[in-house]
Design a protein around this ligand. Sequence first.
Ligand code: NAD
Length: 354
Amino acid sequence: MQAQLVLLPGDGIGPEVAAEARKVLAAVAALYGHQFAFEEKIMGGIAIDELGDPLPDGTLAACREADAVLLGAVGGPKWDDPTAKTRPEAGLLTLRSELGLFANLRPVKANRNLLGASPLRSDLVDGVDILFFRELTGGIYFGPSGVSDDGREAYSTMVYSVEEIERIVRLAAEAARGRSGRLTSVDKANVLEVSRLWRRVAARVMQEEFPDVAYDVVLADAMAMHLLARPRDFDVVVTGNMFGDLLTDEASMLPGSLGLLPSASLGDPGPGLYEPIHGSAPDIAGKGIANPLAMILATAMALRHSLNLAAEAAAVESAVDAVLDDGLRTVDIAAGRPHVTTGVMGDAVAAALA
Ligand SMILES: NC(=O)c1ccc[n+]([C@@H]2O[C@H](COP(=O)([O-])OP(=O)(O)OC[C@H]3O[C@@H](n4cnc5c(N)ncnc54)[C@H](O)[C@@H]3O)[C@@H](O)[C@H]2O)c1
């Protein structure tokens, strides 16, 4: 197939890990006979330096035309000045809203070779494989908010419409169908009216459109406990913006290594945005030691969710598993043992594909 991919390397270690993702995608293209055209664009701090705008018009236009957008990371101390007119992260927020990215997907998968890095006992974490769907453009972060004239009261409102709930539940249920066939919806229907609507709409969608998917509901506070006590029991989880924000950050600690976790943001229609969950890691930028695996796993998500290349996506994920099985480690996951550079890790994944 032919695909147009926009690469936004960004700041700090972003360009270092993005280069490895490109390497792996080139290997996939060669191996499977695809043609991937890459267009590199500036975004974040580098775009502020060059054009005074974290998301220049040319970058946004290229993203709109793409099949998928791959982002390294943005930000860093150079642009942290609180008096500055804009920040690198503002570009990311604008990009998400311009592309209508309403669903944030976060896989949380424990790697058997790295269980010792988890803050939880290995026997609890071994086998964890959860895919979160967090609603990204609605809920309390976007509802009406304000503060009283005397500054003694403030409010933020959680609002969801039937359509917003239906579209994220459908995406999550379709993903569940392609995995173990189980979906859990997380809400706070014992307290919040908006959650009661969420629960009714989700139940109807599941009953009418996905009778083959096993479905259950869990309260958000209970879910926070279950993620620590029995994380293996969950497969696909769907929830609103704020609960998803908190629960995905909690869950990201389960595997114990930030350098291994990708994420995707999807809209419909339009391209998806794929990125590692880590930031620009200014403390290690330029040293060639960043772990590129989260970024490489983000490209696997792009293959699966935007290009419909499930076999190629699985091959990239297996290649990552294979290099870890072989004992290859970047410094963040080496636990004091010998480690390799970013480039060597990327080369090894590309080679393991063949
Ligand atoms: N989506 C994004 O672009 C994004 C996300 C989070 C943070 N940020 C930005 O990144 C900058 C740094 O933020 P932070 O320090 O809080 O978080 P961070 O994720 O950049 O770094 C946290 C720690 O993890 C390490 N680390 C992160 N990724 C790694 C990798 N791939 N390999 C090895 N080690 C890795 C770093 O060296 C650091 O010690 C800030 O400007 C922040 O705003 C951007």
